[in-house]
Design a protein around this ligand. Structure first.
Ligand code: CP
Ligand code: NVA
Length: 305
């Protein structure tokens, strides 16, 4: 097992499989893991807001017998110029693991490089691997398998698109990304996911046509059009993303038994129609719940005694 959880590209298919199996076991029998991280402290650095990540990690580490320490943007000294390297070294003298939500992906890498305790990426501008572990758990619960399924992501080629590319490719899925011109996923991420998929029987497709992207999909996924830190671009993006809303009409291009996922928070009437996210194909709250179980699995694997 990799020492950190920064990117799904760094996890082998076997490691991901083991994490998903552990997450399922923890969900079935939470009390069996009540001592798994007994007496351990997880530092939780948040440079951006959060509902799901904050509450699921804080609750999750407590349920494993440990404690979480919320460190918001102005609680520590990063915003006053203390370096990531010093922060990592100091925290490593006090705590047993660090979860961090940051802007620059290099910051979670820096925490891992300079600290001596496991580091979990709770979202960076590049990746959101904890979310996708929970997504894979959700898809497997609903569909009974991952390999061979088509997962269609519609929207911005952002951190969610990137982690879905890596996670889906690792598990042998076909991942299609449809995006407006100018909002493609990072070319290096797409190339790396394509190479991963070549070894797992999966595939990667990138298109500017959402109907083509969603055609015959088993899973349809979207995310906000303006991510945290892009609030200034919101108005411009509303215009640029026209035609990329997951509407009932677009869902109709997918398989009739397709499920709809969204990492949340959602903006009804923008990236998704209310009738889709609140409709019978939506599994978004099971998906949100699985953040807890999936992240407990990550903590047991990285910090467990
Ligand atoms: N999906 C997700 O990570 O939600 P939060 O930003 O609320 O943590
Ligand atoms: N792409 C979104 C994901 C939120 C969970 C963001 O970075 O804001």
């Amino acid at each position: 097992m990799a020492k950190h959880f920064l990117s799904l590209a760094d996890q082998s298919t076997q490691e991901l499989r083991a994490l998903l199996d552990l997450a399922r076991m923890i969900k079935l029998n939470p009390s069996g893991y009540a001592q798994a991280c007994k007496g351990q402290t997880l530092a939780m650095i948040f440079q951006k807001p959060s509902l799901r990540t904050r509450v699921s990690f804080q609750t999750g580490i407590y349920q494993l017998g440990g404690q979480g320490l919320y460190l918001g943007p102005t609680d520590i000294q990063l915003h006053r110029g203390e370096t990531i390297a010093d922060t990592a070294q100091v925290l490593s003298r006090f705590v047993d693991g660090i979860m961090a939500r940051v802007f620059a992906h290099a910051d979670v890498e820096g925490l891992a490089e300079h600290g001596s305790v496991p580091v979990i990426n709770g979202l960076s501008d590049l990746l959101h691997p904890c979310q996708v572990l929970a997504d894979l758990q959700t898809i497997e619960e609903k569909k009974g398998r991952l390999a061979g399924l088509k997962m269609a992501y519609v929207g911005d080629g952002n951190n969610m698109a990137h982690s879905l590319l890596y996670g889906g490719a690792r598990m042998g899925m076909t991942v299609s990304i449809s995006h407006p011109r100018g909002y493609a996923p990072d070319a290096e991420v797409t190339a790396r996911a394509t190479a991963i998929a070549a070894g797992t029987g999966g595939a990667v497709q990138v298109t500017e046509d959402p109907r083509e992207g969603v055609a015959d999909a088993d899973v349809v996924y979207t995310d906000v059009w303006a991510s945290m830190g892009q609030e200034d671009e919101h108005k411009e993006r509303l215009a640029r993303f026209e035609g990329f809303q997951v509407s009932a009409d677009l869902m109709g291009c997918a398989r009739p038994d397709a499920i709809f996922l969204h990492c949340l928070p959602a903006h009804r009437g923008e990236e998704v129609a209310a009738e889709v996210i609140d409709g019978p194909q939506s599994v978004v709250f099971d998906e949100a719940e699985n953040r807890l179980h999936a992240q407990k699995a990550i903590m047991v694997r990285l910090m467990g005694r």
